[in-house]
Design a protein around this ligand. Structure first.
Ligand code: PGD
Length: 770
């Protein structure tokens, strides 16, 4: 199982021969084709390695990370060095000085979850500074509890696709329903159904209206309204305004199920700021047709309507607002809790959203309580490293960044996922030591001091159990570990032995014994929760059979149905028990970048901002169609998509002509934060004024020794802005940035990141770090 789908593998004495999609999958992901050529690729980390300068000069801040050769180490020596450095930092600076937020998707199996093992181990030696939330839905994770009382309810108990197909007559999709994103779910997906559901919707005559700068953010047949990126909130408010102004709002619903509607409606009318949020007002901001907005609002009130917001909308400055405004518009329509009506968040942002909820305990190892209370909102990593001791706001609290001396990353790739990579490079220069486990020489591994080679899922045994997936699968080992790679679990067991805490970490179990333990614990929980279900087989039978169906995983669901039926008996977990269209709590925080109700707040960078005079194109740095994030960028599907070896950048014909560029050219994409090369694809599926360059091309600075050096491969995060969505959530704003594009006329620098980094010879013995 991969995050992008279940598969079967053909193997013989020569190793992996072929990958086949699982027979259960009606629409397998093309990303499976990345696996075969990537498993033994030269960019696998062959053996433990240390940066030459770290070995020679010892730990300490440096700007040489990423710019020096690596020296091979034996495993015992590598583990001694890591243990010694952890002990030094802990004893001199305290456990707070160890950062192990270690965000990232890692791989699909539920036991070999790299970050969980890292954190279990570090908890055993006294703890670590951690991180909270995700790059995926960081703004929503903080906002939704204030507005509807729960994140899990909205994401994991969304109205099921089956219900939408049957009941929804009009689907208004802000940010779209991009089938490419529905390839993946964290932990895997056995059956890809989103494309099929969209087809069924069309067959049943449901109208789909797409608000997005990209036409292909939805399947064929959608009514595309190409709005300016980052302006969805204005359109959502204007639709609500029209409903209210034309007497189409459901005041009964607002009265019974919401709190603060009066404050929100006053803002819509312009009572508070003198600016009524009319269709004309929004049309001027978003570049859409005002009459079309009014007609749409009327249509929405006349039929069963679902309003959806993709996760990408909230990965932008003030990302809380489009999500809150989506809920507010659905509340004004009054269809929340009805089959096929109301709102949804993240349909097609991941495969599991809209799958019937499983509602059983998740299968996986438990974490250990962390004795260190410090945690940052995940996307504040560069601030953490650059601003020790500084205070910052987050969800009503004032927190302080700890002084980090050691960064330990395992199962993630911040030099893929974080914004403003030139700033992140400066930040990664601050700690004394950076340790990374990864199967591949990713950009993050190249920025480390000690790199420990991890196995991939194909090289170990595991269990797959994706969220809301109707199957639990046995993941058998397919090939032997590549090179000297070890399972993260074994690496941490080796480190725990050096600290005398191996019993606490491993609980005395081998990896196979853990699989049996986790499965049996889950099987007992299922028997308790679903007593009527046929008993699940024991571990040995499950392992031999390869899969079990999860009992009760097929009942379709309607979001907030119980609340609608009886709001007194089933109150939301908000302060008022209702949907909060005005939150006293948020208003009480007094954040100018997140007021007490949904509001249009100009993003830091958008087509209407002063910076657009110099950087007139809005970059959409969205999720790639050819890989998951940065994973397996060396795989066949990802490489085939490149243009002259660079990540493809889509640009509208008018913008391409104005710059004299054609499909197949290489361009330099730049702003004040950095620059990268990209390969041009001219396309009218992109709105004028917008360019699209997906994330995930491995960051490849032309000269890593030069700060700010251009990425020759096309990683858009050299261009994106490193700020929080607001002081409320501090989520990532990586989706959008203003840029300019010019034809690259000089000799093309080679892409070197798909080769391993230079290997050096050891000149001194390892420093005594204990
Ligand atoms: P991945 O490429 O999935 O990206 O960021 P994330 O860091 O999750 O990285 C996972 C890493 O884990 C890979 O390097 C892989 O090789 C490694 N790995 C896999 N299996 C194992 C294992 O068993 N052990 C170990 N030790 N390592 C393993 C994703 C993040 O990027 C996300 S979730 C989102 S939604 C964001 N999206 C955007 C965006 O829309 N726009 C921009 N500009 N930036 C984004 N960044 C974010």
């Amino acid at each position: 199982m991969a995050h992008w789908g279940a598969f079967e593998a053909d193997v013989d004495d020569g190793g992996l021969r072929a990958i086949h999609p699982h027979p259960l999958d009606p629409a397998p992901s093309p990303l499976l084709e990345n696996i075969e050529g990537a498993i033994h690729h030269p960019t696998r980390v062959a053996t433990p390695m240390a940066r030459a300068g770290w070995l020679e000069r010892g730990p300490g801040p440096t700007d040489r990370r990423g710019a020096e050769p690596f020296v091979p180490l034996a495993w015992d020596e590598a583990l001694d060095l890591v243990a010694g450095e952890l002990a030094r930092v802990r004893d001199r600076h305290g456990n707070r000085a160890i950062f192990a937020g270690s965000y990232g998707w890692g791989s699909a199996g539920r036991f070999h979850h790299a970050r969980t093992h890292l954190q279990r181990f570090l908890a055993g030696i006294g703890g670590y500074t951690s991180s909270r939330h995700t790059y995926s839905v960081g703004a929503s994770e903080v906002l939704l509890p204030h507005v509807v009382g729960s994140v899990a309810e909205v994401l994991h108990r969304a109205t099921s696709w089956e219900v939408i197909v049957e009941h929804t007559r009009l689907l208004v999709a802000f940010g779209g329903l991009a089938v490419k994103n529905s390839s993946v779910a964290p932990g895997g997906v056995t059956r890809h159904t989103v494309a099929g559901h969209l087809e069924q919707l069309r067959d049943r005559g449901c109208e789909v209206v797409l608000f997005s700068p990209l036409a292909d953010d939805c399947g064929p047949g959608a009514d595309w309204r190409p709005l300016a990126p980052g302006t969805d909130t204005a359109v959502l408010l204007a639709l609500a305004h029209t409903l209210v102004a034309e007497g189409l709002a459901d005041f009964g619903f607002l009265d019974r199920y919401c709190t603060g509607a009066d404050r929100f409606l006053a803002y819509l009318r312009g009572d508070t700021d003198g600016c009524p949020k009319t269709a004309e007002w929004a049309a001027a901001i978003a570049g859409v047709d005002a009459a079309g907005l009014r007609t749409l609002a009327r249509r929405m009130a006349s039929t069963r309507t679902l309003v959806t917001a993709s996760w990408s909308l909230q990965r932008a400055d003030h990302g809380e607002q489009p999500v809150w405004a989506t809920i507010a518009l659905a509340a004004v329509l009054g269809q929340i809790g009805l089959p096929g009506g109301g709102f949804g968040h993240g349909y097609a942002s991941e495969a599991d959203i809209g799958a019937p909820p499983v509602g059983l305990p998740r299968l996986g190892p438990a974490g250990c309580p962390n004795p260190v209370p410090d945690a940052i909102p995940v996307a504040r990593i560069a601030d953490l490293l650059l601003r020790p001791g500084e205070e910052f706001d987050y969800d009503g609290r004032r927190l302080v960044y700890p002084d980090i001396r050691l960064v330990y990353w395992c199962g993630g790739n911040p030099f893929h996922h974080h914004q403003d990579l030139n700033r992140l490079r400066r930040a990664f220069g601050r700690p004394d030591t950076v340790v990374v486990h990864d199967p591949y020489w990713t950009a993050t591994a190249r920025q480390a001091d000690i790199v420990l080679p991890a196995t991939t899922t194909l090289e170990r045994e595991d269990i797959a159990a994706g969220p809301n997936d109707p199957f639990v699968l046995a993941m058998h080992r397919v090939v032997a570990p590549v090179g000297a790679a070890r399972d993260d679990y074994d690496i941490f067991t080796g480190l725990a032995e050096r600290f005398g805490c191996q019993q606490r970490f491993s609980e005395g179990r081998t990896a196979r014994q853990w699989l049996e333990h986790l499965y049996e614990r889950w099987r007992a929980a299922v028997a308790g929760d679903v007593p009527a279900a046929a008993p699940l087989p024991d571990f040995d039978t499950f392992w031999a059979r390869g899969s079990v169906a999860v009992p009760g995983a097929v009942r379709p669901h309607v979001l907030l149905e119980e609340f609608r039926a009886d709001p007194e008996a089933n109150p939301l977990r908000t302060p008022s028990g209702r949907i909060e269209l005005y939150s006293e709590e948020i208003a009480g925080f007094d954040y100018d970048d997140c007021p007490g109700h949904p509001a249009w707040l100009e993003p830091a960078e958008w087509l209407g901002s002063p910076a657009a005079a110099r950087f007139p194109l809005q970059l959409v740095a969205n999720q790639p169609a050819t890989r998951l994030h940065s994973q397996l960028d060396v795989g066949a599907v990802s490489r085939q998509s490149k243009v002259q070896g660079r990540e493809p950048l889509r640009i509208h014909p008018a913008d391409a002509a104005a710059r004299g560029v054609r499909s197949g050219d290489v361009v330099r994409v730049y702003n004040d934060r950095g620059a990268c090369l990209a390969g041009v694809v001219v396309s009218d599926r992109v709105r004028p004024g917008v360019v699209q360059l997906s994330t995930g091309a491995w960051y490849d600075p032309e000269d890593p020794a030069v700060p700010g050096s251009m990425c020759v491969h096309g990683n858009p995060n050299v261009l994106t802005l490193d700020k929080g969505t607001s002081r409320l959530a501090q989520g990532s704003v990586g989706q959008l940035a203003l840029v300019e594009v010019e034809r690259f006329a000089g000799p093309l620098p080679p892409v070197t990141v798909h080769d391993p980094p230079p290997v050096g010879r050891r000149r001194v013995t390892a420093p005594e770090v204990r």
